[in-house]
Design a binder for this molecule. Structure first.
Ligand code: 8OZ
Length: 367
C-alpha cells in the first residue's frame, strides 16, 4: 500500500480565485490611507504605493466611495468620476506591470459621514435615523456625528445603481475584480445589523429583510463583473463605528448562506472584535462561517506568518489578508519566505500625509 501524503497548505501554496491563479495566499488587506488628490482622484503616488506591494497574491485597495454621497473621510479615493477612473488606471497599470493582481473595494459609508463632507451640505443617509456615537473626520477636524436621514424606500434602487455604476467604473479602470465592502459599520453593514437598522419595510426587521440590500447590491455588481471576480467583506463581531447586533451568529450565518448562491470569488471575514466578546453582540466561533461558506475563504486581523500558516494548515482559511504588516513591509512575501525581520509600522502616518510612512518603508535589499 502506498500512502500518498497530501502536501501541507501554507502561505506559498498557489490558490485559484475565480479566473485568477494567485502565486501565494498573502493578500494585502484594504486599508484607508487618505492620500487621494483633489476631487478624490488617485494620483501617481498611490500607484507607487500599490506597485511596491505587487508581490501580494492579491491586493485589495483601500475602500473607494461609489458616489459623492458615499464619502465619509478626507482624501479617500472615489470610483464615480472619469478623473477617478483615469487615476485608478495609473494604479492598475503599475501593479500589472509588476505582475500583481488588484481588486477595488466598493464603498458607501452611510451614516459615517458629516454634512461638511456631503454634496450641498446634506445629511448623511442611513437605514434609520440613528446617530452613531463618536466623531466624523472632516477637513475641519473631528466633528460629532449627526443624526442621519433614513433612506426612503424609493431611494434604495438609487443606492444599488451607485454600486453598479462604481463596478462599471472599476472594470473600465482595469481592475482584476472588486470587493464589496459589507463590513465595519458602513452602509451595507448598517442595514444588516439590527443595532443600526430599525426599519419596518422590506429592508428592515427580520434578517431576510436586513440582508436584502447587501444581496441586491451583490447581484448588481455580479451583473457587471461576473460573480467569480467579485468578493465581499463582512465583520460579524466588529464594534467599530458604534455597531452591534442582537444575534450576530444568526445574522451572519444567514447572509453567508445566501451569498453562497452567487458563486463569488471569495468571502472575506475580518475577525476584528473577536478579542472583545460582547461589544458588538454575543460572540460566536467564526469558524462556523467557514463551514457554511462554499468557496474561497479569506480571513484577517492580526495574523503573523506563524498563525497564518497554522490557519491554512488546519483548513480554517484559504487566504490571509495582512493589513499593518503589508503597510510597513512592501515586500512582505519575500520577508516571510526568508524569515527576514519586519519593518515597524509608524501609526502617526497611517491616515493622510505624503510619501512619508507611505512609499518610503524600506525593501529588504535596501538594508
Ligand atoms: C479606518 C479609518 C477609516 C476608514 C474600514 C474603511 O474600517 C475603513 C476605515 C478604517 O473599513
Amino acid at each position: 500500500m502506498t500512502i500518498i501524503e497530501t502536501p501541507k497548505i501554507d502561505l506559498f501554496t498557489p490558490l485559484q480565485v475565480g479566473p485568477h491563479v494567485l502565486p501565494n495566499r498573502i493578500a494585502m488587506a484594504p486599508m484607508t490611507r487618505n492620500r487621494a488628490g483633489p476631487g478624490n482622484v488617485p494620483q501617481p503616488l498611490n500607484a507607487v504605493y500599490y506597485a511596491q506591494r505587487a508581490t501580494a497574491g492579491l491586493i485589495i485597495t483601500e475602500a473607494s466611495q461609489v458616489s459623492p454621497q458615499g464619502v465619509g473621510y478626507p482624501a479617500t479615493p472615489g470610483i464615480h468620476s472619469s478623473e477617478q477612473v483615469a487615476g485608478w488606471r495609473l494604479v492598475t497599470d503599475a501593479v500589472h506591470a509588476r505582475g500583481g493582481k488588484i481588486f477595488l473595494q466598493l464603498w458607501h459609508v452611510g451614516r459615517i459621514s458629516h454634512p461638511l463632507l456631503q454634496p450641498d451640505g446634506a445629511l448623511p443617509v442611513a437605514p434609520s435615523a440613528i446617530k452613531p456615537a463618536g466623531d466624523a473626520f472632516t477637513y475641519e477636524g473631528p466633528k460629532p456625528f449627526v443624526t442621519p436621514r433614513a433612506l426612503e424606500l424609493a431611494e434604495i434602487p438609487v443606492i444599488i445603481e451607485q454600486y453598479r455604476s462604481g463596478a462599471c467604473n472599476a472594470l473600465e479602470a482595469g481592475f482584476d475584480g472588486v470587493e464589496i465592502h459589507g463590513a465595519n459599520g458602513y452602509l451595507l453593514d448598517q442595514f444588516l445589523r439590527d443595532g443600526s437598522n430599525h426599519r419596518d419595510d422590506a429592508y428592515g426587521g427580520r434578517v431576510e429583510n436586513r440582508a436584502r440590500l447587501m444581496l441586491e447590491v451583490t447581484d448588481a455588481v455580479c451583473s457587471v463583473w461576473g460573480a467569480n471576480r467579485v468578493g465581499i467583506r463582512l465583520s460579524p463581531l466588529q464594534p467599530f463605528n458604534d455597531m452591534r447586533d442582537s444575534d450576530p451568529e444568526a445574522t451572519f450565518s444567514y447572509v453567508v448562506e445566501q451569498l453562497n448562491r452567487f458563486g463569488l470569488a471569495y468571502l472575506h471575514i475580518t475577525e476584528m472584535g473577536k478579542e472583545a466578546p460582547g461589544a458588538a453582540g454575543p460572540a460566536f466561533d467564526l469558524r462556523k462561517l467557514r463551514r457554511i461558506w462554499q468557496g474561497v475563504y479569506m480571513t484577517n486581523a492580526g495574523y503573523d506568518k506563524e498563525r497564518a500558516n497554522a490557519a491554512l494548515a488546519a483548513g480554517d482559511a484559504d487566504l490571509i489578508a495582512f493589513g499593518v504588516l503589508f503597510l510597513a513591509n512592501p515586500d512582505l512575501p519575500a520577508r516571510f519566505a526568508k524569515d527576514a525581520p519586519l519593518n515597524a509600522p509608524d501609526q502617526s502616518t497611517f491616515y493622510g500625509g505624503d510619501a512619508r510612512g507611505y512609499t518610503d518603508y524600506p525593501f529588504l535589499e535596501d538594508n
